[in-house]
Design a binder for this molecule. Sequence first.
Ligand SMILES: Cc1cc2nc3c(=O)[nH]c(=O)nc-3n(C[C@H](O)[C@H](O)[C@H](O)COP(=O)(O)O)c2cc1C
Length: 119
Amino acid sequence: MKFVYASRNGHVEGIVNRLDLQEAMKIKDGSEKIDGDFVLFTYTDGQGIIPKIVENFLAENKGIKAVVGSGNVERHPDTFNFAADKIAEQFNVPVLAKVNMDGTEAELKDIKAKIEAMQ
Ligand SMILES: Cc1cc2nc3c(=O)[nH]c(=O)nc-3n(C[C@H](O)[C@H](O)[C@H](O)COP(=O)(O)O)c2cc1C
């Protein structure tokens, strides 16, 4: 399994680093290419939207198998982690977790276990 993430302000990147995922690829502008299956980690952008770079990436790379979202429940309670939900629905894949900002250690442990179960 490969891992791909988008992170504007470092929260998602921190999650990926704490999970110690080997060779996770960062989506920088959406033009990246990846072969095979991957788990996507993403933030949510303005009022519940999928970040444009993530949308562009997913239009070209078809191997998504699951999604993990990081949002902000205090500032965006009505659209909390909507990007993860929208991607899951659009591509018919499970949401492994929807965390607030950095996520808790317990949440990360749960994500790790779910990823291992997918390998
Ligand atoms: C302009 C803007 C809009 C946002 N909109 C949402 C939102 O609708 N829902 C949500 O859960 N989080 C929203 N967030 C919060 C981010 O998704 C959240 O802070 C996330 O952890 C950022 O990840 P990053 O630090 O890796 O970029 C928004 C943040 C910004 C800056």
